[in-house]
Design a protein around this ligand. Structure first.
Ligand code: AHR
Length: 502
């Protein structure tokens, strides 16, 4: 006889998904809204350093422990001339950014961003413009960034004060080229060909780079998943990763349905993996294409406000979602979903990092604070490193408007063998506390160390400048492991981190 309102899982060292690639905890800074101007860069700010970068923001990014940051877009990149952002700052042109109807002053360009990334202990993941530009420009950019010297573009970098090459390893071949909103939108065949040729030439300049081709902008695109198939049929041999993007929102106030949206993300990943492997079979190839889920988050709160923003401003307040407790739960479920696919998802980027649909918010010239979604990301990125474990969950389930059999418990264990630690990330989607029994008999001597919880009596509660600590994680008492079994109670609508020493 089993309890109906109880979840169970077994974690055994024999069952592993993969050693996770730390780049699964990547993020994204686009020249959009106040991400750059007023976000990472605010020369008049009291904490600004000699380069005009806010130290308080760098400190928060370090708390998130982000190993790689995608740059400079996003939709922005499809009209971007990277040359406008290098060389003497006062000679750089101010350009119209058509993607976000903003003014781009080019006071921050790739050399400044690379400096910032270094200060934030992160790597740059660079996107080339395959909207208005093409192969030649992509070749010049790789040469400028990665070639040591002795050629026009690499020497230009040196004249710009950057003697050593940036050594940027991961490059995106454009952005969302399947989307009609994109400058230079393409058909799958058009994109597949230019991605293939640009990739070939970029690798001729620097064979050590890794390339990400654009997959679909989201799984509801009419061209999905034919887009993936066709692009791969052209570019399979030249690329290393295929991108996925997705954003969710609780537009109709249906909490149960909103919390289930990570099941859609899971199905999206499975379909893209299947499509990659279909093309591999068709090509009789032995190469595996990995996934770069390089835009994911909740995004909907700011949609209406954005329609009122005056165009052609520098750093306008665009996409400034204020995240609720329920958004943090969805972000937690999405993180768990990405980790469960760590065998194929090698790179992922929380979109974005500062002010624009972001875990970190700032006021221009004023304070910075952590949004609710900061915490699940911070916990996972800092604590869940090592080997993702395969641990099927037995959980009560529910049906919602768009999903059936949604487990109340979403969970994944990650085993850090070096640290001797097993970390369980778990979300309770239910509106009442959920008892969970974890069988860890496969780890003799396992000891429960810590249970961190993010929860709030009001799922619509938010952190703001005035109340930055309305939602913060709390520690709960942990029961000792008894006979190889750990019993925990997951509070209603909560994000949980359970740490065991093993
Ligand atoms: O992250 C915001 C935008 O969402 C990006 O610029 C674009 O790639 C996507 O549609």
């Amino acid at each position: 006889m089993t309890d109906a309102w109880k979840a169970r899982m077994t974690i055994d060292p024999a069952y592993r998904v993969a050693d996770l690639d730390p780049r699964i905890y990547g993020s994204f800074i686009e020249h959009l809204g106040r991400a750059v101007y007023g976000g990472i860069y605010d020369p008049g700010h009291p904490t600004a350093d000699e380069d005009g970068f806010r130290q308080d923001v760098i400190d928060l990014v370090k708390e998130l422990n982000v190993p790689i940051v995608r740059y400079p877009g996003g939709n922005f990149v499809s009209g971007y001339r990277w040359e406008d952002g290098v060389g003497p700052v006062d000679e750089r042109p101010v350009q119209l950014d058509l993607a976000w109807r903003s003014l781009e002053p080019n006071r921050v360009g790739l050399n400044e961003f690379a400096r910032w990334a270094k200060k934030a202990d992160s790597q740059v993941m660079m996107a080339v413009n395959l909207g208005t530009r093409g192969i030649e420009d992509a070749k010049h950019l790789v040469e400028y960034c990665n070639h040591p010297g002795g050629s026009y573009w690499s020497d230009l970098r040196r004249r710009h004060g950057v003697d050593k090459p940036h050594g940027i390893r991961v490059w995106c071949l454009g952005n969302e080229m399947d989307g009609p909103w994109q400058i230079g939108h393409k058909t799958a065949d058009e994109y597949g060909r230019i991605a293939q040729e640009a990739a070939k030439v970029m690798k001729w300049v620097d064979p050590s780079i890794e390339l990400v081709a654009c997959g679909s902008s989201h799984a509801k695109m009419p061209t999905f998943p034919d887009w993936e198939r066709i692009v791969l049929e052209h570019a399979y041999d030249e690329i290393d990763y295929l991108s996925l993007h997705t954003y969710y929102g609780n537009r109709d106030g249906d909490l149960a349905n909103f919390l289930a949206c990570s099941l859609d993300m899971d199905a999206f990943i499975r379909t893209v993996v299947a499509t990659c492997d279909f093309v591999r079979a068709k090509k009789r190839s032995r190469k595996t294409i990995y996934l770069s889920f390089d835009e994911w988050n909740v995004w909907f709160h700011s949609n209406e406000a954005d329609k009122q923003v005056e165009p052609w401003q520098v750093g306008p307040p665009l996409l400034e979602d204020v995240y609720t407790m329920e958004d943090a739960l969805v972000v937690g479920c999405m993180l768990i979903t990405l980790l469960k696919h760590a065998d194929r998802v090698r790179i992922a980027c929380l979109a974005q990092l500062v002010n624009v649909i972001a875990p970190i918010m700032t006021e221009n010239g004023g304070p910075s604070w952590r949004q609710t979604i900061f915490y699940p990301f911070q916990h996972a990125s800092n604590l869940a490193r090592g080997t993702v474990m395969h641990a099927p969950v037995e959980s009560p389930k529910y049906d919602s408007k768009d999903f059936t059999d949604v487990p109340y418990l979403e969970a994944v264990p990650v085993w850090n063998q070096e640290a001797g630690e097993l970390v369980l990330l778990a979300v309770n989607r239910g509106e009442r506390p959920l008892p969970l029994e974890v069988d860890v008999r496969g780890f003799p001597g396992a000891r429960a160390e810590e249970h961190l919880v993010l929860a709030h009596p009001d799922v619509k509660a938010v952190n703001t400048k005035e109340r930055p600590n309305e939602i913060v994680p709390a520690k709960r008492a942990v029961e000792p492991v008894d006979g190889g079994r750990l019993a925990v109670l997951l509070p209603a609508l909560s994000w949980n981190v359970i740490r065991l020493s093993v």
